[in-house]
Design a binder for this molecule. Structure first.
Ligand SMILES: [Zn+2]
Length: 90
């Protein structure tokens, strides 16, 4: 059975395995039993490693509450030379 991601307005996201035919139906949150809406994710999103999922979660969290950065870190990207256009033959 495919696993779908749902979002509870109170508890956040959870995953639920259900038949594909019922994928679009609202689910009830396993924590508080409120109605949770399906979150549309790319295929196999539920299968990505927890590390990547953690990174995605952090990205979403920072979209709501960006962490304040007091100074820039790192070095600027090295200047890349322009790629040759596809019509140039080597
Ligand atoms: Zn909930």
């Amino acid at each position: 059975m495919p696993v779908y991601v749902f979002a509870c307005p109170i508890c956040g996201r959870f995953e639920l395995a259900r038949p594909m035919a019922r994928a679009g139906e609202a689910a009830s949150c396993p924590e508080c039993r409120r109605e949770a809406r399906r979150v549309y994710t790319p295929p196999n999103h539920a299968l990505v490693s927890s590390k990547i999922r953690h990174a995605i979660g952090a990205e979403e969290a920072s979209a709501h509450e960006p962490r304040v950065v007091s100074h820039k870190r790192g070095r600027p990207l090295p200047h890349r030379s322009e790629p040759s256009p596809p019509w140039v033959l080597h």
